[in-house]
Design a protein around this ligand. Structure first.
Ligand SMILES: [Zn+2]
Length: 324
């Protein structure tokens, strides 16, 4: 009998500094996909869900069970009732699916709802409680996630996109699904460690094709490769969320088939890479330019001139267009 793999996600990047809440209608008007609607929307696309679909449908002894996916990113804090309605819809659809053997989740990782400051930690913890400790849960993250201990605790293995701007979402989905397949086959026993650094990398320095992040990622991959980790992710963090877990960090996943080695390796890599960042912390500061300096050079520039917020979502949910 085929193993049944559930696929689900509540996806939101929440800017807690803007007044306008994200409502249920915002989700209904963006993405509100039940069951096979998820496949119809994402199969063959460059998205993490597409990567998950690709791997699981190509695995002979496994069957993909698409459950529910809702997205309305970015925006202000999610309305309390909207989040509770989303949760009810998620659990209703999961319950309808019957028993499952594994689960792939696709949160963004920076969701905040009114009354639920760690929104993703809340629904992932609830999911773990519903599935029990034996069902493996892997998943993807946007690196602009503020990952909480609850999120890491509730899941077996999360993989963040490795690029900013994000051009490898599908690859993150492939990796998350492959980790689930390998776990279910007993080939690996993932042990996940969240490292929360005592800093937030400025959004101005988060471009992964340039230093300091380019070298940081290369160093992370080298150090994690030396230990044969099954995954290593840099978490850039999302600065427009006033929550306890806001900040940058890493998610390392070791193979705990040799439990003592995994413990030692995770500890060693945590120290080496934390030291790497802290020793260079000044390089992760943003380079600020005053508005007066900008105005002084504007007349000499070719038109049109765009003045934009930094980041892959303009203002993380708020935006203003200035015309000259
Ligand atoms: Zn992002």
């Amino acid at each position: 009998m085929k193993k049944r793999i559930a696929l689900m996600g509540l996806y939101h990047e929440t800017n807690t500094f803007i007044d306008m809440p994200t409502t249920l209608e915002d989700f209904q008007n963006n993405f509100w996909l039940v069951g096979d609607q998820i496949l119809a929307e994402y199969a063959g696309a460059h998205h993490e869900i597409s990567g998950v679909i690709e791997v699981i449908t190509a695995t002979e002894d496994m069957e993909l069970v698409p459950v529910f996916y809702a997205m309305a990113t970015p925006g202000g804090m999610i309305d309390k009732q909207a989040f509770e309605t989303l949760l009810a819809e998620l659990w209703h659809n999961l319950d309808r699916c019957g028993p499952i053997d594994g689960c792939v989740v696709v949160p963004h990782g920076a969701g905040v709802a009114d009354g639920y400051p760690d929104m993703d930690g809340h629904w992932l913890t609830e999911l773990r409680r519903k599935l029990g400790p034996q069902i493996p849960i892997t998943g993807t993250l946007d690196p602009h996630a503020n990952v909480s201990p609850a999120m890491a605790e509730a899941t077996n293995a999360l993989v963040a996109y490795a690029s900013n701007p994000h051009v490898d979402q599908r690859i993150a989905g492939l990796k998350a699904a492959q980790l689930l397949v390998r776990t279910l086959r007993g080939e690996i026993n993932p042990r996940q460690k969240l490292v929360q650094l005592p800093l937030a990398i400025s959004i101005e320095q988060q471009y992964t094709s340039q230093d300091p992040c380019k070298s940081l990622i290369a160093t992370m991959n080298q150090v994690a490769g030396e230990k044969n980790f099954v995954s290593a992710s840099l978490l850039l963090g999302f600065p427009y969320a006033d929550v306890a877990e806001m900040g940058s960090g890493f998610l390392f996943i070791a193979d705990a088939q040799d439990a003592d080695k995994a413990t030692d390796d995770l500890e060693e890599v945590t120290h080496r890479l934390s030291d790497y960042v802290l020793d260079r912390r000044a390089s992760f500061n943003g380079v600020k330019t005053s508005i007066e300096q900008v105005y002084a050079v504007l007349p000499g520039l070719a038109k049109p001139v765009l003045l934009l917020d930094m980041g892959d979502n303009v203002g993380g949910g708020g935006q203003e267009i200035v015309r000259f």
